[in-house]
Design a protein around this ligand. Structure first.
Ligand SMILES: Nc1ncnc2c1ncn2[C@@H]1O[C@H](COP(=O)(O)OP(=O)(O)OP(=O)(O)O)[C@@H](O)[C@H]1O
Ligand SMILES: [Mg+2]
Length: 452
């Protein structure tokens, strides 16, 4: 809300000092006065003043205009108003150049000066808010290592900032590898919960039997293998942020449990009676179309509404192509350092291929491609010929370029999964069965290839 507003009044006439102090009482949280520039500077340095009102003519060798400059040097952004007996244009212009916000002519009209001070206060507050916004804008990226400059990403970051300071439940949607987890962390890092834990739990990676205990904890002896009491994610994340990743993978029974905690803030450990409370801030994420799953009846509508208070949509990389050079160079220098390789550059032709590739695996895929290039290529330039062939391949076109065996295997694997998925109407268990792999393996591969 409104921050403190302290005024320093500087005038050599005691009458004016006391008159202004009284007249402005209601507009300030605190008012101090000084009779000379030296006294004013001492008080200014010792205090925390947002507005300085100074007479131009002051005893001693420094006048009120100089005071305005001194104040600006010491604390830029301090608002200043000067008072002059004979308001000449020169004085006014000089005062403004030195950073004064407004000026007043004597004899002092208290009503007028009240209006000017009210305006100065408003101006000061706006300035502060703008500065805070700017600082935070820089922070979002810096704090959480989010690279990117394009409009689509900036819009997401604006939402992140707006929502961070609230406790609102956020649902982050976007394709695999678009940076959803990074966004979840940014929300936490910029919130007033940042000193408390950020707990991430991947609901797709947990077998149903362990899920409940992971989320809510368990009591000693509550099931085979529960040798000790263990707190769950809701408990650990209390006062912090609980990130529920791959939220749509949660089984029907656990959807009910989760809904209950979200509604009441209460839960119990598995095998426990004692009701526990958690006010963890919930951020969840998914790379699937939740609305579709709700329509299909596989995801509870009431749970969806609870989770989707603030929706954030993270755009795929193909919708932020402007950021590809920035990201590619970022990963390049990151991996050169990490793998102790000399600095490399991507040549223009290679960069064009990167910019126009379809990137079904989004930023994760770009990151992997660059890491592989850092490790497998020599020299100080990466050329188009060194890029994996899949990048240049048109979505359905066939090419005759030679690919590495690993790329060929990946390509064939991806194809097989796509065909099996289509054949089973995207039923994951059936697809896994057809392909002779576990659901987890299938899931992992689908994520890796950006298949939904
Ligand atoms: N804007 C970005 N700047 C830098 N790195 C990024 C950016 N976005 C994503 N990454 C990196 O890309 C990788 C994938 O990001 P992340 O794990 O957040 O994606 P995700 O959307 O959660 O994917 P999935 O749906 O598969 O879980 C991570 O290594 C992450 O650090
Ligand atoms: Mg993720």
């Amino acid at each position: 809300m409104d921050e403190a507003f302290h005024i320093l009044i500087v005038d050599d006439e005691p009458n004016i000092r006391s008159g202004l102090s009284k007249g402005l009482e209601e507009l300030a949280d605190d008012i101090a006065t000084a009779g000379t520039v030296n006294e004013a500077i001492d008080k200014f340095d010792a205090g925390n003043f947002q507005l300085v009102i100074a007479d131009v003519r002051l005893p001693g060798d420094r006048d009120g205009l100089e005071l305005v400059s001194l104040v600006q040097q010491r604390r830029p952004g301090t608002t200043a108003i000067v008072i002059t007996a004979h308001g000449t244009v020169e004085t006014a212009v000089d005062a403004m150049r030195r950073g004064a916000f407004d000026f007043i002519t004597k004899p002092v009209d208290l009503n007028l000066i009240r209006q000017q001070v009210a305006k100065a206060r408003e101006h000061h507050q706006l300035q502060t808010e703008n500065r805070q916004l700017r600082d935070k804008l820089a922070e979002v990226g810096e704090v959480s290592g989010i690279v990117g400059n394009c409009r689509a990403l900036k819009e997401v970051l604006t939402q992140v900032r707006q929502v961070a300071d609230t406790d609102a439940t956020v649902l982050i949607q976007g394709e695999s590898g678009t940076g959803k987890e990074l966004i979840a962390r940014a929300i936490h890092d910029l919130s007033d919960r940042s000193a408390n834990p950020f707990v991430a739990v991947n609901l797709g990676a947990l077998p149903e039997s362990l899920l409940e205990s992971e989320l809510f904890g368990h009591e000693e002896g509550s099931f085979t293998g529960a040798s000790r009491q263990k707190p769950g994610c809701f408990e650990v994340a209390a006062a912090g942020t609980l990130f529920l990743d791959e939220i749509t993978e949660i089984p029907a029974k656990s959807q009910v449990d989760l809904l209950r905690v979200l509604e009441t803030g209460q839960f119990a450990r598995v095998g426990g009676e004692e009701p526990l409370e958690s006010d963890a801030r919930i951020v969840s994420a998914t790379n699937r179309d939740v609305q579709q799953l709700v329509n299909d009846g596989t995801f509870r509508e009431d749970l969806f509404y609870r989770l989707n208070i603030v929706p954030i949509e993270v755009p795929p990389l193909r919708r932020r192509r402007d950021d590809i050079p920035l990201l590619a160079n970022h990963f390049l220098s990151h991996f050169c350092t990490r793998h102790c390789r000399p600095k490399k550059a991507i040549d223009a032709e290679a960069m064009d291929v990167l910019i126009s590739a379809s990137w079904p695996g989004n930023i994760r895929q770009l990151r992997n491609v660059i890491e592989r290039l850092v490790v497998t290529t020599g020299g100080d330039r990466i050329s188009a010929a060194e890029l994996p062939a899949e990048l240049a391949r048109k979505p359905n076109g066939e090419t005759n370029v030679i690919v590495t065996l690993a790329d060929a295997v990946e390509h064939a694997e991806k194809n097989a999964i796509q065909v099996a998925l289509a054949a089973s109407d995207c039923h994951r268990e059936r697809t896994a069965q057809t392909l002779g792999v576990s659901v987890r393996t299938l899931h992992y591969k689908m994520n890796r290839y950006g298949l939904h």
